[in-house]
Structure formats: structure tokens, C-alpha cells
Design a protein around this ligand. Structure first.
Ligand SMILES: [Zn+2]
Length: 465
């Protein structure tokens, strides 16, 4: 494996001179058998049932009915919301009450896409971390349960939203079902030391309203969210040009929440491709190599598709690392369209379950579940990660503060023009490492590793004089 790298003798062999343990290739797999076992429980059949159920509410438009009578009749967004909540509660019952099921309700004031004051409810379940210190760390998965048809102001006619975003809602629910059932190795209620939140939001189609409210609440309350996985249109539409072997993972470059001063700093240090969201995307690439999810993440270094948005951006705006999962190729006949058939050309329009590939959604759910479990099992990322700049020298010395739960650390690095981490150097003791690699030629990161080999998200060092 190392031969090609040694042949060109770049950072890899140079670093070997200085350290007892040779660096490894960053692309090596590291799999936790428990996580591998857990994600096998993800079921395409459950996902199909969830999506088909969501479609029965006829429309889940944010401005559709949510009065008692409509809820009883099983029509409109109110009924959908009640069902999702009951579903989370059912999973919780199955794990001895391990999930706290909650709602975040507020009134959205009228705007272009909200004709009158409208109640918006986000529904979520919390799998509290088992470690008192680490439980404050949160990793979150989300999808939007609202839907729309051709007319964004139509809250009455059918808007099945099987793919957009019944698929993402199903991913969040399925991750909750499967990860809440992981047998407790530590102590009731959760196996994972950090907290996992399974979220479904409304108001996405009207303007990311629900996620915006939720992310603001998280920021105001000081939640330590390390990673947000937004799944929106992950149904693997069955059109012939689809590539079901990959799922796109979008991540922002310059952080939306960065101040002018921070942007200037990023520009001067060349950190344009190292936002926390992009490190999260690389982490997902690593998870994709380590686990057989059935689908591979295809990292797209864009915030989103051109001139289109999603709920991850609401979290980005509040300074959280957040990415968007979306199928490889969208079929625009099957989203944001009234259900109809054009007899002239035979084209069927509408976001119906028959266009969804449930196996594909299950694969995406496995990749999400493996990522959630990996982050929630890992130690906290190292803090105060510094690159020593006191003397001009070609070696690189990195220092950091210890992380809760860490047994060791790893320095990762890549060429400045490489998309993903290339090399890893284990640091088995202490919180300092000197590498015979010039800081000017590469980008470094440091991550914490626990005794079982779970890796934290990496942190890029700040130069310190
Ligand atoms: Zn959507």
C-alpha cells in the first residue's frame, strides 16, 4: 500500500525519519464492529412504510391544515407532525424510554410564502449521551417533513413529497429506530458517550423557517453541536441516468457565520477549504470507506446546488458544522410538481413513492447512522490546536489541549491541492508532535482517538508566534 507514496518520497518518507511509528495512509479503514453490526439493522422496508405513510397525509404543506378535525382525519401537516411524534415515542418505548421526544413550536409571521401567522413545529428525539461530561456534545440528523406542489401557496391539493423530503424524514426516523436499539455496553440509557438528536423540521419549502428557528434556539442555549447531517432528496429517483452507487455531500467553503476579520484570516492562511463543515464532509468520506453502507459519499465542495438552499444552511448561519446529503441526480419532474400526466409526451409529474428507490434510501440511512455513531462514540475534538511559529524552520510542531475520553491523537495532513487527508501520524502519548513536514507545503489537522479507535472530527491548527 505504501509503495507508490514512498516512490515519490513526499511528506510520507520525510516524516518517517523523525518518528518511531511510520505514518499511515489516511484512506486506511478503521471499522468498529458494533457500529457495522448496528447499521445492518437499517431496513428498506421500514423506510418504505414511513414514506408511504407520510404520503397518506395528502399534503404536508406548512400552510396546510393542522386543526383537530384535520388531524383526526389524517390530512395535512398537523396529522403528519402527530404521527412523527408518535413514531419517535414508539421507538422510545422499544428501548425502555431511552429517547426524549420533544417539539419546538413557534408562530411564523406572514411573509412572501406565509400568507398568515402560521404555527411551525419541529419534532425531535434526543438520545442522551451516557458520559456525564461528553453528553453535552451533540451530533444531529435532520430532514424536512413539509412538502409542496407546483404552487408554494397551495396548502390544499396533493403534495406527496415522497422524495422531497419524505426520504430525509425517513432517514432521521430510521436512524432513531436503529441507534436507540444498540445494546447498552455502558449503562442505561445510551451506549454512546455523546448525545444524538434525530430531528424533523417543517417550513423548509416556505424559506427554511423551522430549521432557522431550531438552529437559533440551539445557538442561544449554547448547545455544543459538532455535526449536522441534513438529508434532503435522498430517494434515489429511479430515472435511468441515476447513479445509485453515490450520494452527494455538499459542504460550505467559507463559513457563513465567519466575521469579516475571520474571513481575512482564512484568506491569509489559505483555509478556504477547511471550514468545520468541510472537515465533517471529509469525516463522512472516511466513514464511507470504513463501513459498507451500500452507497459512497461524493463530496461536492459547494454549499448547495446552484441558487438553491436547504436546512443545513440554517445551522451554518449559526456557526455549526452542517452538510447536505442529496441523491446524485435529481429528476425535476418528480419534485415541486402537481401530480399529473402529460398525455402528449407521456411524462408523469409529481413526487410519488413509485419513483423512490427504498434500498437507496436505506443505504443513505446506513451512511448517516454510521456517521452519527462514529462521532457520538469518539472523544471530543482537541482544543487550542496550535502550530508553533516562534522560529523559522522546516519541521512542524503542533500542540493542543487534551480531549475528554482520548487515549491518543492523530495528526492528519494533505497537500494543499488535495481534496482529502492523505497521511496520518499516530501520537501515542502527550499533546505535542513534531513532524519533518513543512507547514508551508501541506494542511494539517489533529484528531483525538479513544482506546477503541473512534476518531473525533479533526481540528486545523492556528499558527502561534
Ligand atoms: Zn427539500
Amino acid at each position: 500500500m505504501l509503495a507508490p507514496a514512498l516512490a515519490v518520497c513526499s511528506p510520507l518518507c520525510l516524516a518517517q525519519e523523525l518518528t518511531q511509528e511510520p505514518p499511515r495512509l489516511a484512506a486506511d479503514r478503521h471499522t468498529d464492529v458494533h457500529i457495522a453490526e448496528a447499521i445492518k439493522q437499517v431496513s428498506a422496508d421500514y423506510i418504505r412504510q414511513t414514506i408511504e405513510k407520510l404520503v397518506t397525509f395528502q399534503t404536508r404543506s406548512t400552510i396546510s391544515a393542522q386543526d383537530e378535525e384535520s388531524i383526526k382525519a389524517g390530512k395535512g401537516i398537523g396529522a403528519a407532525r402527530e404521527w412523527i411524534q408518535a413514531e419517535f415515542e414508539r421507538y422510545s418505548k422499544d428501548c425502555g424510554g431511552c429517547l426524549e421526544v420533544k417539539t419546538d413550536t413557534y408562530t411564523e409571521q406572514p411573509s412572501e410564502r406565509i400568507p398568515k401567522p402560521t404555527e411551525i413545529t419541529n419534532v425531535y428525539a434526543v438520545l442522551r449521551g451516557s458520559d456525564a461530561q461528553q453528553a453535552k456534545r451533540i451530533v444531529l440528523v435532520t430532514g424536512h417533513y413539509d412538502s409542496r406542489n407546483s404552487d408554494i401557496l397551495n396548502g390544499i391539493d396533493p403534495a406527496p413529497g415522497a422524495n422531497d423530503d419524505g426520504s430525509g424524514t425517513a432517514v432521521s426516523l430510521e436512524c432513531a429506530r436503529v441507534l436507540s436499539k444498540v445494546p447498552s455496553k455502558v449503562k442505561f440509557p445510551a451506549k454512546f458517550p455523546a448525545t444524538i438528536i434525530f430531528l424533523t423540521v417543517a417550513g423548509e419549502e416556505q424559506g427554511l423557517n423551522g430549521s432557522k428557528h431550531f438552529a437559533q434556539m440551539a445557538k442561544q442555549q449554547g448547545w455544543k453541536i459538532e455535526a449536522v447531517l441534513n438529508n434532503d432528496i435522498v430517494g434515489g429517483d429511479r430515472s435511468p441516468q441515476q447513479d445509485a452507487s453515490v450520494v452527494r455531500v455538499f459542504s460550505e467553503g467559507l463559513p457563513a457565520a465567519a466575521s469579516e476579520a475571520e474571513i481575512r484570516r482564512i484568506r491569509s492562511l489559505g483555509g478556504e477549504s477547511d471550514s468545520p463543515s468541510r472537515e465533517l464532509a471529509r469525516y463522512i468520506a472516511d466513514v464511507g470507506r470504513s463501513y459498507d453502507a451500500g452507497v459512497k459519499p461524493l463530496l461536492i465542495f459547494h454549499l448547495d446546488r446552484f441558487l438553491r438552499g436547504g436546512d443545513h444552511y440554517s445551522f451554518n448561519q449559526q456557526g455549526f458544522a452542517a452538510v447536505r446529503f442529496t441523491e446524485f441526480r435529481e429528476d425535476f419532474n418528480h419534485q415541486h410538481q402537481n401530480v399529473r400526466k402529460d398525455d402528449a409526451n407521456g411524462v408523469e409529474y409529481g413526487d410519488l413513492p413509485k419513483f423512490v428507490d427504498f434500498d437507496y434510501v436505506a443505504h443513505v440511512a446506513r451512511l448517516n447512522a454510521a456517521t452519527l455513531a462514529s462521532v457520538a462514540s469518539a472523544p471530543a475534538p482537541p482544543t487550542s490546536v496550535k502550530m508553533q511559529m516562534k522560529n523559522l524552520e522546516n519541521d512542524t510542531t503542533l500542540t493542543w489541549e487534551p480531549s475528554a475520553g482520548a487515549a491518543a491523537y492523530e495528526v492528519v495532513w494533505r497537500s494543499t491541492n488535495a481534496a482529502d487527508w492523505e497521511y496520518v501520524q499516530m501520537v501515542s502519548s502527550g499533546t505535542r508532535a513534531t513532524l519533518k513536514v513543512s507547514k508551508d507545503n501541506v494542511i494539517f489537522g489533529v484528531r483525538a482517538v479513544d482506546a477503541a479507535g473512534h476518531r473525533s472530527l479533526p481540528v486545523v491548527p492556528e499558527p502561534e508566534r
